[in-house]
Ligand binder design. Structure first.
Ligand code: BGC
Length: 758
């Protein structure tokens, strides 16, 4: 399997001492930082003239880019929602004795670039080697996780040899463009610059789709040794520049701090933005860079206290899980219920900050256990708020009920490929499935009884109309779908999609009588509807092959020329080597499909069924969706296939750090990062929950010495520690709880640790 590791292995840092122009974009993706309000790729403050993707993104700020398709089909979404590449505020252009500092061109040595995962701090240093002069530059940058509108940057120049006149040019730049803009348009219109207040303001272009325009104001202020500094300011359309010059002799150094405030019309009206930014800047500057950093770090420490996963004995595995937790939290920490988790977070454009089924299928199971229940509830409410969009989507397809979108910012579908927009509808049960996960895990059924019922009934009505009766089979069938395996389109009776639809109808029927009176009145399900739904539950066709003992991914799957992935090792990833036609006809599977269904409902299948399906499908799976390895790792662990579980854990945990899918240049795979946590907690530790029962079945990879993690469960904080001799489970906080470990009852008591022999 291909991999490319450009950062050193270290438990708390992601560091490199090498700079290679070819890997610049990859390096930028991996050193992205964010604070769940905004984020950016690891671009260089002083600019870079080589190949780079300058990228800054603001949570919840988006633009509807008019659809591009070859041939228009009725029902296509009119636009594709994109997170516009936001005005860039990190710029600090530098010249030394007249030469522009640009690592694509100048001579330099001692390069170091490092992301400190404990602190969420990005730092970089190098020695510039000019004519008769050597200057060491050290940069630090972080996005404040308490004062979210604030970005802080510090650059220190130390002359090692010679004399240097250094010109700094601190900039705000609203002229940025998206690389993925459909019509090469600029998404931002300038509103004005204010030289006195050091601000620029821009607004997203008007659009014909009734999507609100977003206004953003950026403000900068410079400091030296904590004291305010006034440079020479100039501006041009959507740009502001402030220049400071210093002369330094050998061994002298100079530190420049750049403070930035970013406000958006999501929180502050356009006309008030300058005043609000002024106040926020005063608040920020009431503290020094070091004080702000200490505050920021203390908050990160608190987050790590309850969410860190410790792995002893395998530094690469350790680094992988921490990197993933850090990047996830930098993207989303549940502090703003209007937001969601984009597949690339703030780290790139492709997939950007839009919401996918990834959230419910991959983020919810992890966030339920490591954040407060209110965080998951906010994710559920996000979808509830978007129900009108889901009704719109179903109507566009000529169907009743609600169809949640594959890609969205506001509930309205904006994916532009028919095989996904119209056919990859499994999302319409995966998304409501999070309601069941929330209810089971937290024990709080108030949501499913009320708002949740709107979601369940809306989607149930869609499913009941999307299947049809086959007289020939005497069953309900579902034609023309794409399962999670996007390497097959327009298939009939995809087992996963039909299983999910069946689950949704069954769950809705079970929960409906328990709903509040208001909810029942709101959804108003008739007796005929209930009968029809029950009939579908009883008679939906779920293809299987009894001889092989497997569920069939779709009707024709066994007609394919079945051969294992091991025969095509040299042609992977196939999506970069093969024509689409060749991929579609091949037996190779992009990501868990049948196995995704078995993963969702572990209680519904016997060990033998799980084993047969795993042994059949896993060898055919190329894992070319980053969402794939973790699901397989969890199942492999349950089936006692330890080596496979560990191999797939490594792949999921270090997917970006080792660039396994050869696409991390585009940005990080944020939504699949939870997979490494799932692989450890659900896989290695075997955590499951059902019917108020929490269970573990731990094992430890041979080359690890121990691992430990903490989970929240119904008001309790539980720590699990596993080594080769024993498993220790401690109830750190909360009421006593009886759990099952390896099927044995264990009573947890507050402040006590239960030790169980391996
Ligand atoms: C996967 C989808 C996923 C999307 C965004 C695709 O490659 O096949 O399942 O929702 O990426 O992560």
């Amino acid at each position: 399997m291909m991999m490319k590791r450009i950062f050193e292995v270290d438990p708390w840092k992601v560091t490199t001492h090498k700079f290679s122009k070819e890997d610049k974009r990859l390096q930028e993706s991996i050193t992205a930082i964010g604070n769940d309000y905004m984020g950016m790729r690891g671009n260089f403050e002083e600019g870079y003239s080589g190949d780079t993707l300058q990228g800054t993104y603001l949570a919840g700020v988006w633009f509807p880019d008019k659809t591009v398709v070859g041939w228009w089909k009725n029902g296509y979404p009119k636009y594709f929602g994109k997170t516009p590449n936001a005005p860039s505020f990190i710029g600090i252009g530098i010249t030394v004795n007249g030469e522009k500092l640009d690592l694509a061109k100048v001579k330099f040595s001692d390069f170091e670039l490092s992301l400190d995962m404990h602190q969420g701090l990005l730092s970089r240093s190098f020695v510039y080697e000019g004519k008769d002069v050597k200057v060491k530059f050290e940069f630090e940058r972080f996005l404040h996780i308490i004062q979210k509108e604030a970005a802080l940057i510090k650059v220190k120049a130390t002359v090692l040899e010679g004399h240097a006149k250094i010109d700094f040019d601190s900039t705000l730049d609203g002229t940025v463009v998206n690389e993925d803009s459909n019509y090469d348009e600029r998404f931002w219109v300038p509103l004005g610059e204010d030289k006195d207040r050091r601000t620029i303001q821009v607004k997203t272009k008007p659009n014909p789709y009734e999507v609100p325009q977003f206004t953003v104001l950026l403000k900068q202020a410079l400091r030296h040794n904590g004291e305010a500094l006034q440079g020479e300011v100039s501006s041009q359309e959507a740009k502001l520049s402030e220049k400071i010059s210093v002369e330094l002799d050998q061994d002298q150094s100079y530190e420049l701090e750049k403070d930035v405030i970013v406000v958006t019309s999501r929180d502050v009206e356009e006309k008030d933005q300058a005043d609000v930014a002024e106040n926020l800047m005063s608040k920020l500057q009431a503290k020094s860079f070091a004080e702000n950093l200490a505050e920021h770090t203390a908050t990160w420490e608190k987050r790590w206290e309850t969410s860190d996963v410790e792995i002893a004995g395998d530094a690469a595995a350790q680094q992988g899980i921490r990197f993933n937790i850090l990047q996830l939290f930098m993207t989303y920490y549940g502090e703003d219920e209007r937001l969601n988790v984009g597949p690339k977070g703030f780290t790139g454009e492709k997939y950007g900050g839009a919401t996918y089924w990834d959230t419910e299928a991959f983020i919810v199971p992890m966030y339920l256990a490591i954040t407060k229940p209110s965080v998951t509830k906010a994710l559920l409410e996000y979808r509830h708020n978007q129900l009108p969009g889901a009704y719109h989507n179903a109507k566009e397809q000529g169907l009743p009920g609600a169809l949640f979108p594959m890609v969205t910012f506001n509930g309205i579908e904006c994916h532009n490929e028919w095989e996904i927009t119209f056919e990859e509808i499994h999302r319409n049960a995966d998304i409501p499935h999070a309601i069941a996960m929330y209810t089971e895990y937290t024990g709080d059924d108030s949501y499913v009884k009320n708002e949740g019922m709107d979601v369940l009934v809306g989607t149930a009505r869609f499913w009941a109309a999307r299947v049809h009766w086959s007289k020939w089979r005497n069953k309900y069938v579902m034609h023309g779908v794409t399962g999670p395996n996007e390497y097959e389109n327009n298939v009939n009776n995809n087992w996963f999609t039909s299983t999910m639809a069946r689950w949704l109808l069954k769950y809705t029927l079970e929960r409906l009588p328990l709903a509040t009176k208001e909810a029942q009145e709101r959804v108003h399900v008739t007796e005929e509807e209930k009968e029809k739904w029950q009939d579908i539950v009883d008679k939906i066709y779920l293809p299987e092959d009894k001889d092989l003992g497997i569920f069939l991914q779709q009707d024709d799957f066994l007609d394919k020329e079945i051969r294992p992935v091991s025969e095509i090792e040299d042609q992977r990833p196939i999506n970069q080597h093969w024509s689409w036609d060749k991929i579609l006809r091949s037996p190779f599977i992009k990501q868990a499909d049948v196995l995704q269904g078995i993963y969702f409902f572990p209680e519904n299948y016997t060990k033998e069924q799980k084993e047969k399906n795993f042994d059949f499908y896993e060898p055919l799976t190329v894992h070319e969706s980053s969402l794939s390895p973790s699901i397989h790792s969890v199942l492999a662990a349950e089936l006692g296939k330890k080596d496979k579980a560990v191999e797939l854990y490594e792949r999921t945990a270090r997917l970006d750090l080792d660039n396994y899918n050869n696409d991390t240049v585009d940005g990080l795979h944020i939504t699949s990062m939870s997979g490494s946590w799932l692989a450890i907690v659900q896989g290695f530790a075997g955590m499951r929950y059902d019917h108020d029962q929490l269970k573990f079945k731990p094992f430890i990879p041979d080359n690890w010495n121990h691992y430990s993690f903490k989970i929240n469960y119904r008001g309790r904080l539980i720590e699990v520690y596993v080594d080769h001799q024993e498993t220790k489970i401690s109830l750190l906080k909360g009421e006593n709880l009886e759990i099952l470990v390896n099927d044995q009852k264990v009573m947890l008591k507050e402040g006590e640790t239960e030790c169980l022999k391996a």
